[in-house]
Write a protein that binds this ligand. Sequence first.
Ligand code: ZN
Length: 148
Amino acid sequence: MTCQDHKDLMMAYLDNELNDQQRRAFEAHLASCSECTKEMGEFQRLKHMTDSMTLVEPEDRVWEQYWNNLYNRMERRAGWVLSSVAAIVLSIYFGFELIETIVTDPAVGVLMKAGLLALLAGLAILFVSVLRERVYFWSRDRYRDVRR
Ligand SMILES: [Zn+2]
């Protein structure tokens, strides 16, 4: 077999595709031929490079990270919006219960009732807003502690 024949076998050798007899003959030639040994080194380097590239696939990982972050953000935002709306609705409901007697009192004018409702809604929104802010900063502080 010529050196070119052995060079044709190098990829197959690295991929473990040679049978025992072929492998022994190949290794015997490498031991006696410095040119093929050098060539083999190049092939090995190339194979390591392509192997590690297929293992890591950085682009996929970046996209995965991107979608994870996006999903987390969407999830958190949806959570905030839902709980905010729920808190506002509940505050208005229970607040309305409390001042229902005033609102349903025919002696109280319509403008007064509207004003009370607006006040109540405003207070509910403020309450939720402050609560959100508190929880936001609290969670940021917690993250900071974790990173330390
Ligand atoms: Zn050779």
